[in-house]
Ligand binder design. Structure first.
Ligand code: DC
Length: 429
């Protein structure tokens, strides 16, 4: 089939679908690869841009595409449909949409915290207009509903995904700080404290995963293994025949990748496109792919956004390489756990043997040193001890001893700084 025919078929599908069609689905219907479909979409988009005689545009969303009418025909389309969608959004609605878009998935209580007023009726109107939808419930007392913006919102605002919103890092807490600073004492006290983030960084085999797990049980808070996220993406790249260090190919891959972290039963599930990758990501190949893909800024942005989202909605221990320096530089408690290369290689060898993977000490040591070098020398967010991180050399310590040392530090900090659990600017009760 010629390229012109492919383009015509693609256009026909988008026309009848009306709603956004997933690139994966288009690839299946057209019997093409997703990359080929992306190429066709790009051409179709340019064709509409050039064609003065057409009133259509191609809108791309994350992993999907849709045909839409060009913005200059808005009034004409509204006249055709009547006045159902022409009521202008109020300032309150815009503000609420922004809060949801930047913090999604967000609960009604979180929206209220940021805006400082009850927002239930505004949210209800946004749901009615198809700009906001319920996406699940938060695993917390009362099981509050989580809200996100819809594809309609992205289409209306000309965005591919909410990742294209201008960066307003941790908008929710900055706004909380502003609100609390300007609020009288009583209101300030009512604002929820910032969730506790504990950062545990260090090179591979330093034992940080084990201690994070123990600490999590001791403190009763969840732990996030951030390495598993890079491993899962590295593994997806390998499985899709993509070189994990190929920035452009990985960018395209990530545009149609969904990642969800399920911490509900305390054993992390790292779901990529709905599939739990946990069983596949501990092999030496997945380790190397993780280290390679994690050097790419596009991949780090992807993972860090999720990590920050998770860390700002609940108390969380995050273990990785860059948590204290880059992901949560303001974390009130930071540890950097390390150990001699031999001790780390021994631990790694044991883990691999347990997983039934045959290897030797020499192989493990050389693979580990190579990976550590790459992780520590990369330009963006390399493995590094934050200046205010407590250094723990675990070479001659058991995991229980490391956890005891960590708990001592946490208790000590609590005594010295009773405010460290609250958002800066909030007065203590
Ligand atoms: O912790 P781990 O061995 O599972 O991590 C796998 C790779 O992921 C590691 O070689 C570097 C990368 N990584 C990262 O770049 N940043 C993190 N926060 C965690 C891991």
């Amino acid at each position: 089939m010629s390229q012109a025919q492919d383009m015509a078929r693609l256009e026909a599908l988008l026309f009848v679908a009306g709603d956004p069609l997933a690139i994966e689905e288009l690839a299946r219907l057209l019997e093409k690869t997703e990359e080929e479909v992306e190429g066709l979409l790009e051409q179709l988009k340019r064709r509409y841009q050039r064609d003065q005689l057409s009133g259509l545009v191609l809108r791309e969303l994350e992993g999907a595409a849709a045909l839409a009418t060009a913005p200059e025909h808005k009034e004409l389309i509204e006249a055709f449909y009547g006045k159902t969608r022409d009521q202008k959004l109020t300032d309150a609605a815009y503000e609420t949409l922004a809060v949801i878009a930047y913090n999604a998935p967000a609960t009604r209580a979180e929206i209220e915290t940021v805006r400082g007023v009850d927002s239930d009726s505004v949210v209800a109107r946004l749901i009615e207009r198809g700009l906001v939808r319920e996406v699940g419930v938060l695993d917390a007392p009362g099981r509050p509903v989580l809200l996100d913006v819809t594809e309609q919102f992205l289409l209306d605002f000309g965005l591919k995904s909410t990742k294209e919103l201008p960066p307003v890092d941790l908008l929710m807490y900055d706004t909380v700080i502003r609100i609390t600073e300007s609020a009288p004492g009583d209101t300030a006290r009512r604002v929820a404290p910032r969730p506790l983030v504990i950062a545990i960084d260090g090179p591979s085999g330093s034992g940080k995963s084990t201690v994070a797990r123990f600490l999590s049980e001791h403190l009763g808070i969840l732990t996030l293994d951030t390495g598993a996220m890079y491993r899962a993406l590295g593994y997806k790249a390998l499985r899709s025949g993509i070189e994990p260090s190929d920035a452009e190919a990985v960018r395209v891959m990530l545009a149609s990748t969904t990642m969800e972290i399920d911490l509900s039963d305390r054993v992390q599930k790292t779901l990529v496109d709905g599939e739990d990758m946990s069983p596949y990501i501990r092999t030496p190949e997945a380790s190397k792919a993780a280290s390679d893909i994690s050097t790419l800024p596009v991949c780090r942005d992807y993972c860090v956004r999720i990590q920050r989202e998770l860390g700002k909605r609940q108390a969380l221990i995050l273990e990785g390489r860059d948590i204290g320096t880059y992901v949560f530089p303001d974390a009130p408690v930071k540890f950097f756990v390390t150990a001699s290369a031999e001790a780390r290689a021994q631990r790694r060898l044991k883990d691999l043997e347990k997983a039934g993977i045959e290897t030797s000490m020499e192989e493990v040591l050389s693979e580990m040193e190579e990976r550590d070098r790459q992780d520590a020398e990369r330009e963006l967010a390399p493995t590094k001890r934050a200046e205010d991180a407590i250094l723990i050399d675990s070479s001659r310590m058991s995991a229980a001893e490391v956890v005891d040392a960590m708990i001592d530090v946490i208790r000590q900090k609590e005594r010295e700084q009773p405010m460290w659990r609250t958002t800066p600017g909030v007065q203590a009760e």
